[in-house]
Design a protein around this ligand. Sequence first.
Ligand SMILES: NC(=O)C1=CN([C@@H]2O[C@H](COP(=O)(O)OP(=O)(O)OC[C@H]3O[C@@H](n4cnc5c(N)ncnc54)[C@H](O)[C@@H]3O)[C@@H](O)[C@H]2O)C=CC1
Ligand SMILES: CC(C)CC(=O)C(=O)O
Ligand SMILES: [Mg+2]
Length: 355
Amino acid sequence: MKALIAVLPGDGIGPEVVGQGTRLLRAVAERFGHSFEMAEVPMGGVAIDLTGSPLPAETLALCQRSDAVLLGAVGGPKWDPPAKVRPEQGLLELRKALGLYANLRPVAPFPALYDASSLKPEVLRGVDLLVVRELTGGIYFGEKRRDEHQAFDACVYTVEEVVRVVRAAASLARTRRKRLTSVDKANVLETSRLWRAVTERVVREEFPDVELKHLLVDACAMHLIKRPVDFDVIVTENMFGDILTDEAAMLSGSIGMLPSASLGADRRGLYEPIHGSAPDIAGRGVANPYGTLLSVAMLLRHSLGLEQEARQVEAAVAASIEAGALTADLAPSGTRPMGTQEIGTAVLARLGERH
Ligand SMILES: NC(=O)C1=CN([C@@H]2O[C@H](COP(=O)(O)OP(=O)(O)OC[C@H]3O[C@@H](n4cnc5c(N)ncnc54)[C@H](O)[C@@H]3O)[C@@H](O)[C@H]2O)C=CC1
Ligand SMILES: CC(C)CC(=O)C(=O)O
Ligand SMILES: [Mg+2]
């Protein structure tokens, strides 16, 4: 098949991990007979430096006419406050402009990495959960104000915004173990009370075969560590999903492991690891690229409809991890950690093998 893929490396370790992602996409195209055109454009801090805007018009236009977007990460100390324009704002605008309201973040720890997690193997065994994070509403997108005395961030959700993400999450639960946990703070927040009521109604009326439970976000943070195997699909609002998935990443041993797919009404999606630009390790070639490589698998599956190729990528990643191809964030002490590029090579070597 032919596809146009917009590539937005961004800042910090973004270019390092995305470099392995595009290498993998080229290998998939070659081995499985596809034609992927990849167009790289500036986004985030590098785009501010080049154009004054974190999301230049040409970058957005390319994303809008692409079949999929692959992104690294944006941000870094160079653009931290008091800078007026922030790289992260460009990412929020991109998600909004593309209508990507459902952010899928799967967490399925690899057995070979149980030792890299601080949790016990018996807690991790069998964990396979999916967080569906609402991505274009809530406090990140509400009105913001600040003067010398106070600051204000509004959290707003409409019924329609809740309905569409709950439908997406419940539909996904249907393809899995049919268990949905909705996470909110309905004991305190009005937006959460709306969220809970709408979720109840949508699931009861449209997904009677899906079992729905509600959890308060603080308790959910605890249960994710105590009994992660009990979760199937979690649906939650923007900020709660952002925070809970950084926590859940530690089940897999490192934040560098988790991929994500941001989806909307059509097939075009944005794919990125869940981590940030990691300025503390940027430029050293040591960043873990697995979250990006697994995001490539999600891109192949959700935007290009290439399920077999997606599985091949996931199998190649699993085989590499099994063989001990690990970066410094995961490698056991006393073993030599591999660099970002070496991991990419290890995965390519296993692509297309019978697994
Ligand atoms: N989607 C995006 O573009 C995101 C951007 N950010 C931005 O990134 C910048 C740094 O944010 P932090 O809070 O430090 O979060 P971060 O996720 O960049 O880093 C947190 C810690 O995890 C480590 N880490 C992250 N990714 C890794 C990888 N692939 N391999 C090995 N170690 C990895 C880092 O070295 C650091 O110690 C900030 O400007 C923030 O706004 C943060 C989260 C998401
Ligand atoms: C700009 C931020 C909301 C990025 C982030 O932390 C995320 O999407 O995980
Ligand atoms: Mg985050």
